[in-house]
Design a protein around this ligand. Structure first.
Ligand SMILES: *[C@@H]1O[C@H](CO)[C@@H](O)[C@H](O)[C@H]1NC(C)=O
Ligand SMILES: *[C@@H]1O[C@H](CO)[C@@H](O)[C@H](O)[C@H]1NC(C)=O
Length: 338
């Protein structure tokens, strides 16, 4: 029995235009199936920015690594072998579907893992690659651990950080500009920043800083692709916060710290969602634009909301400059808001 939730499916958008939408058809055929999980793998998924490697984590506590190259090499060595080497349980269904359509290639091919990494004691909630190496990656889970792995040295943890937070960890992100900095978000409502050279103290997690600006579980953290000290965090409280860790301890913060009694480092708060902000991404070609999605199931009776929004550049310029500029528009702003 195969559950689709145990497989990772790869789609090639270049080949998909040939697959017309068919009314009433329930599924479309993926280009590649990655097998290896023994239980649901719903939350943790990442692709390496440097190599065609895919990483996933699941309820089976596994962190699983695949190389799409394994599939490409098989095709190059034997073009006739593009058929599925596995997935026996789904063969009949897949073939009969293919026979009815105009797709002659048959089943989706599948590949097995390059490695399965064991070290978590509970569900793996998120995984991420080191931005400079597809052999190094890290994972977080419901066991409150942050684990760093190195595929070159084996399948047990390279470094295991116990009690990285006071509750389940939901998300992790590795700084693309400074590979020593790793962010984690947790059900303890905080975001923590770790330095990988100094992850633990006395065996438990010793973050460089703990960011406290949410009043519910943190669901997603993402470093800015543009500025190495800036990142965002979104949470079940419906808030998406933007932080700059370099502003911690500085006297002058930007005008964005309009947030009353804002915690150190917080300089912008997006409160436009009505419910849990489950995921977001920075637009890499437009540095201050973010796309965020909320799960509005309970507040609107179903569905979700996707928002694309941009922080005005005012929040990132020196305070005096911004105040001088705002002064010119004072009457306009007052009439708009009254
Ligand atoms: C590592 O972290 C500990 C605990 O936060 C701190 O006392 C120590 O100075 C740090 N060491 C370095 C080399 O940063
Ligand atoms: C990302 O930024 C680029 C450049 O400004 C723009 O063309 C594109 O539409 C943006 N994408 C989204 C999803 O906002």
């Amino acid at each position: 029995m195969f559950s689709l939730l145990m497989q990772v499916l790869i789609w090639d958008v270049e080949t998909q235009p040939n697959r017309h939408a068919v009314l009433g058809a329930s599924t479309s055929r993926p280009d590649l199936i990655l097998t290896g999980h023994k239980d649901n793998a719903e939350f943790a998924l990442a692709m390496s920015p440097t190599e065609p490697f895919v990483l996933s984590g699941g309820k089976d506590r596994y962190v699983v690594l695949w190389s799409i190259q394994d599939h490409i090499s098989t095709l190059a060595a034997d073009p006739g072998s593009a058929k599925s080497p596995g997935s026996a349980g789904t063969n009949n269904k897949q073939s009969s579907k293919a026979a009815g359509g105009n797709d002659k290639t048959g089943d989706s091919p599948s590949i097995e893992p390059r490695g399965v990494y064991l070290g978590h004691g509970d569900t793996v909630e998120d995984v991420t690659f080191c931005p400079s190496s597809a052999q190094e990656f890290c994972s977080v889970g419901d066991d409150s651990c942050l684990i760093l792995w190195d595929a070159r040295t084996g399948s047990s943890p390279a470094i295991k950080v116990e009690k990285a937070h006071h509750a389940d960890l939901h998300c992790v992100d590795w700084n693309p500009h400074d590979v020593n900095l790793i962010l984690t978000g947790s059900a303890d409502n905080t975001v923590r920043m770790f330095d990988r050279r100094n992850l633990t103290s006395g065996g438990v997690g010793s973050p460089v800083h703990t960011f406290e600006g949410h009043n519910a579980a943190v669901l997603c953290v993402q470093w800015s692709p543009d500025k190495s000290s800036v990142f965002g965090s979104s949470a079940e409280d419906g808030i998406l916060n933007i932080w700059d860790h370099e502003k911690i301890g500085r006297k002058i913060e930007t005008v964005g710290s309009k947030v009353p009694n804002s915690p150190p480092g917080l300089f912008f708060r997006h409160a436009g969602h009505r419910d849990k902000v489950v995921d977001f991404h920075w637009n890499s070609s437009d540095p201050w634009t973010i796309v965020s999605v909320s799960d509005d199931g309970e507040s609107t009776g179903g569905g979700g909301t996707l928002q694309i929004w941009r922080m005005i550049d005012l929040i990132y310029r020196p305070e005096e400059e911004v105040l001088a500029e705002l002064d010119k528009f004072k009457s306009h702003i007052l009439s708009c808001t009254s």
